[in-house]
Design a protein around this ligand. Structure first.
Ligand SMILES: NC(=O)c1ccc[n+]([C@@H]2O[C@H](COP(=O)([O-])OP(=O)(O)OC[C@H]3O[C@@H](n4cnc5c(N)ncnc54)[C@H](OP(=O)(O)O)[C@@H]3O)[C@@H](O)[C@H]2O)c1
Length: 315
C-alpha cells in the first residue's frame, strides 16, 4: 500500500509499505482522509523519541475493513474516526477498537479534521477547566485547530466572555467567526488586556506567555496547560501564590489518556463528535492536500501559513 514515511533525514516520502494487519483488540481502517496536526511538527522536529522510518499521521477517517481477535465482526464497514499513535498518512491504518470512533452523521473530511482537536478542545473546556455560565475564557492559538473549536465549546458551555490571541491581525479576523468576543494579536498580549483577568485560560504556548497567563488568572481561576508551542523551557510556578488566590493549575494530555484510559478519551470524543454532527459546533477545513504533499502540509502548519484545519486526501 502507499504510505508516507518519515526517514532518518527528517524527510517525508511517499513509499510502498506492507499493509498493516489488525492485532487482538484492533481494527484496520481504509483511510479516506487524514488530519494534519501540531504533533506532526513535533515528530518531524524530533521532540518524540520515535524510531525511523516512521509512518506519521495521528488521525484518520475511513471505513473498517478488517477486525482483529476479540473485535465483533459487526464493526466491519463502519465509518469511523481513528485516533492513532501513527500510521494515519497511509491507505490502511490499524487502531485500537476503542479509539475507532463511530462517525455517524459526519462526512470523512470533517471526521478527519475533527481528529484529536475535537476531544481535546471539548475536554479542556468542559472536563478539565469546568467552564460554566458566566465564566470569562482566554484562549491562545485562537485561529488553529484546538483554538477554533475551544471557543465554540466555551460558548456552548455558557461562557460570558471569550477572548482569543492569534499570530497576526489577519488570523485574529479569521478567528472572530468562531464566537470570540475579542481577539488580539500575540504582539498585543498581554498589555492590550489592561487589568482584565479570566476564570479560564487555555495555554498551549508556554514560556513567557505562561508566566503572563498566571498573572491574568482571576481568583478561583483555572489555567490549563496543554502544549509548548513556544518551546519547552521550564516555567516556575509560585504555588503558594496560587493557594492564596484559590487558583488552579491543570494539565491535559490526550495522548497519555489514549493509553491510560482510552474509554474516557473515547467518551469525550463521542460527546464532541455528537455536537459536530448536530451542527452546534464546526471544524473549518481550509486546506486539502494529496498524500504526496504531506511534507508541505506539515511545513505550512509549522511556518504559520495555515488557519483552521488542514487535511490530506488519501483514498
Ligand atoms: N495536550 C493535548 O492533549 C493536546 C492535544 C492536541 C493538541 N495539543 C496542542 O495544542 C496546540 C495546537 O495544536 P493543533 O494541532 O490544534 O495546531 P493548530 O492550533 O492548528 O496550529 C498551531 C497553532 O499554534 C500557534 N502557534 C505556533 N507557534 C506559536 C508560538 N510560538 N506562540 C504561540 N502560538 C503559536 C499558531 O498560531 P498562529 O497561526 O496564530 O500564529 C496556530 O494557531 C499544540 O501545542 C498541540 O501540541 C495538545
Amino acid at each position: 500500500m502507499k504510505a508516507v514515511v518519515l526517514g532518518a533525514d527528517d524527510r517525508f516520502r511517499l513509499s510502498e509499505v506492507a499493509e498493516p494487519v489488525p492485532g487482538p483488540g484492533e481494527v484496520a481502517v481504509r483511510v479516506a482522509y487524514a488530519g494534519v496536526q501540531w504533533g506532526d511538527v513535533l515528530v518531524r522536529d524530533g521532540h518524540f523519541p520515535l524510531p525511523r522510518p516512521f509512518v506519521p499521521g495521528f488521525e484518520a477517517a475511513g471505513r473498517i475493513v478488517a477486525v482483529g481477535e476479540g473485535v465483533p465482526g459487526e464493526r466491519l464497514g463502519e465509518q469511523v474516526l481513528a485516533l492513532v499513535g501513527g500510521g494515519g498518512f497511509a491507505e490502511v491504518v490499524t487502531a485500537p477498537s476503542a479509539l475507532a470512533l463511530r462517525a455517524d452523521g459526519i462526512d470523512a473530511r470533517t471526521a478527519a479534521a475533527a481528529g484529536w482537536i475535537a476531544p481535546t478542545a471539548h475536554e479542556l473546556v468542559d472536563a478539565v477547566a469546568r467552564t460554566g455560565p458566566g465564566d470569562s475564557v482566554l484562549i491562545h492559538a485562537a485561529s488553529g485547530g484546538v483554538g477554533t473549536l475551544a471557543a465554540q465549546f466555551a460558548a456552548a458551555a455558557g461562557a460570558r466572555r471569550i477572548v482569543g490571541v492569534a499570530g497576526s491581525a489577519e488570523k485574529a479576523d479569521y478567528a472572530r467567526q468562531f464566537g470570540y468576543h475579542h481577539v488580539l494579536t500575540r504582539g498585543q498580549f498581554p498589555e492590550e488586556l489592561g487589568e482584565e483577568t479570566f476564570d479560564v485560560i487555555l495555554d498551549p504556548v508556554g514560556g513567557a506567555t505562561r508566566v503572563a497567563n498566571l498573572a491574568r488568572l482571576a481568583s478561583h481561576g483555572r489555567l490549563v496547560v496543554y502544549g509548548n508551542l513556544a518551546g519547552f523551557d521550564p516555567v516556575d510556578v509560585p504555588v503558594n501564590d496560587l493557594l492564596m488566590n484559590g487558583q488552579s493549575l491543570l494539565t491535559y494530555n490526550s495522548h497519555l489518556l489514549s493509553g491510560t484510559d482510552p474509554a474516557r478519551l473515547a467518551a469525550g470524543a463521542a460527546r464532541a463528535l455528537a455536537m459536530l454532527a448536530a451542527g452546534s459546533v464546526r471544524v473549518d477545513v481550509t486546506a486539502e492536500h494529496e498524500l504526496g504533499d504531506v511534507e508541505a502540509a506539515i511545513a505550512n502548519l509549522a511556518n504559520g501559513a495555515t488557519r483552521g484545519k488542514s487535511i490530506v486526501r488519501v483514498g
